[in-house]
Design a protein around this ligand. Structure first.
Ligand code: SF4
Length: 226
């Protein structure tokens, strides 16, 4: 399996914030988010092909049952199903962090689908990349499939106040009763930005959404392996 890194830290985002977790970062992404380009290319362009039994061995040495499979886009990996089945057989709690642009294939084990649909604020400036990115960034049918099959949270990166209208359109197109607290609003940026946080807090109070901080950024800064 193509792996960029495996590390032990605390979960920095979402409902498991603060929970010690092993992170498995798979290699590769099908999107090109504007605010991710540099970091992804710089940090995660190297990878190793690691067999699943070795991945499991390295995870087992850490004293937690929580495993987060992240990326890139972990659903690109052909071995994702096998990996999640092995983890589930060991009683692990499995979070899959995905953009929701690839459907969950049969047999996939997932305790928490952390789905992060990408708003138009993610479109890169380069017109060719923008076209490719835009074709894939939202797939309502696939998002619906994820939330019908698994426990979930829907996480949106916010750049400005207009993003809330786009989020509400996406939520209404999903056509499911989504408890508002499962919708997480996270300020964009590699530093926590309290000024931007203020209007996001007001949106959360108004609509019942959850504010999503990045605890790992507060604790460690924007560093690989945290
Ligand atoms: S989906 Fe995630 S990893 Fe992929 S480009 Fe966007 S922010 Fe980066």
């Amino acid at each position: 399996m193509k792996i960029s890194e495996i590390f032990y830290s605390i979960q920095g985002e979402g409902r498991l914030t603060g929970v010690p977790s092993v992170f498995i970062r798979t290699f590769g992404c099908n999107l090109k988010c504007k605010w991710c380009d540099t970091i992804y290319e710089k940090w995660y362009s190297d990878w190793q092909d690691i067999p699943i039994d070795r991945i499991i061995n390295s995870i087992n040495k850490y004293p937690t049952k929580y495993v987060a499979i992240t990326g890139g886009e972990p659903m690109l990996s052909e071995e994702i199903q096998e990996l999640t089945c092995s983890l589930a057989s060991l009683g692990k709690h499995i979070t899959i962090e995905t953009s929701g642009t690839i459907p969950p294939r049969g047999g996939l084990k997932c305790s928490l689908a952390s789905i992060s649909p990408k708003l138009s604020n993610s479109i890169p400036d380069n017109p060719e990349l923008a076209k490719l990115h835009n074709q894939k960034r939202i797939n309502i049918d696939y998002i619906r499939e994820w939330i019908d099959k698994y426990e979930y949270q829907l996480k949106f990166v916010i750049c400005d106040e207009n993003d809330i209208i786009e989020i509400q359109n996406i939520i209404s197109n999903i056509k499911r009763k989504i408890p508002p607290e499962k919708i997480l609003l996270m300020p964009e940026g590699i530093v926590n930005n309290n000024k931007q946080g203020n209007y996001i807090v007001e949106f959360c109070k108004k609509h019942g959404y959850s504010y999503c901080n990045r605890l790992h950024i507060d604790l460690f800064g924007n560093k690989r392996g945290t």
